[in-house]
Design a binder for this molecule. Structure first.
Ligand code: ZN
Length: 304
């Protein structure tokens, strides 16, 4: 059976909400251990305003350290043309351009309308070498902390412009709030894949705020999606989504697919060991189930 790919986003989405600065050396050590567990695609940070997200201020240094990890394909998140150019100058070969489908969320994040961000994306594409890989992260593709459920046609209309701008980009639909449900996820991916068969690949970014992270991953898988964002130890949370917990935990995603006989390429034991360390980061919000289940002593009582 052909496998799936996980994009480990803990070092970006997981760390960005952590208050105490994680020393750069510790970030690099964790990255080495994540890579040793078999993870190859890792979102190692973002190029954003250091005053808005001080945890991300050392992304250029972390990116430079990836040169020592030949199997890792690091990606960095950028919200604008200028930050994208900064990232390429720092050596990034894979940019994740983020914008929100929801007007309110996009204005809150980057003070632009989604259309203005789409123009920004087109300017970025014109400004960087053609061999820099691009992934599009469409935040609030399903639901917005301010506007609630996003109509499917709104997401599809924005995709129309974005996919035309760079047809080979991988497109990641993001459930920023964790309020998407499997029916919604399945329906939107089915429509998007049918409407844009030329897209360079599809991915889901799931949060587990309401306990539907894995169910949503599975719904997307059934629609043919083979790339999933996840965060070791389930680290994460959205600063603009009250009560939001983390991304779906990488170890939970690996557990589910391996049980289903779908290869992930990840050594679960090694991953759980580094996830335990991630869960212990001061100020971190962790989630997921598998880490605790695999830490429990062997069953000593009849199980029901
Ligand atoms: Zn997220």
């Amino acid at each position: 059976m052909s496998g799936i790919a996980i994009v480990e986003v803990g070092p970006r989405d997981g760390y960005q909400g952590i208050g105490p600065f994680i020393p750069t050396e510790r970030k690099i050590k964790l990255l080495e251990r994540l890579a040793a567990s078999g993870l190859t695609r890792i979102e190692i940070g973002s190029f954003v305003s250091a005053s808005a997200l001080p945890q991300m201020r050392d992304t250029a240094e972390v990116l430079a350290a990836c040169a020592r990890l030949p199997k890792v394909r690091p990606q960095v998140l950028v919200p604008s043309e200028r930050r994208g150019r900064d990232a390429v100058e720092a050596g990034a070969r894979c940019l994740v351009f983020v914008l929100s489908v929801s007007e309110a969320h996009n204005r809150n994040n980057v003070r632009r309308s989604p259309e203005e961000s789409a123009e920004e994306y087109e300017r970025l594409l014109a400004a960087i070498p053609a061999d820099v890989a691009i992934r599009l992260d469409l935040a609030t593709s399903f639901d917005c902390p301010f506007e609630g459920r996003i109509p499917e046609e709104t997401t599809l209309a924005l995709l129309d412009r974005l996919v035309k701008a760079r047809p080979d980009a991988e497109v990641c639909l993001c459930d920023t709030t964790g309020r998407a449900d499997p029916a919604h996820v399945g329906s939107l991916f089915a429509q998007a894949r049918k409407a844009f068969p030329q897209a360079g690949g599809w991915a889901l970014h799931a949060h587990d705020t309401y306990g539907l992270g894995l169910a949503n991953v599975h719904a997307a898988y059934r629609e043919g999606v083979r790339v999933f964002d996840a965060s070791f130890a389930g680290l994460g949370g959205c600063p603009f989504a009250p009560g939001a917990t983390g991304n779906v935990a990488t170890e939970d995603v690996v557990w589910m697919f391996e049980r289903m006989g779908v290869p992930t390429g990840i050594d679960l034991g090694a991953l759980v060991a580094v996830a335990r360390e991630g869960a212990a980061l001061p100020g971190g919000l962790s989630g997921g189930r598998v880490r605790a289940a695999l830490s429990a002593p062997a069953a000593c009582a009849p199980m029901t």
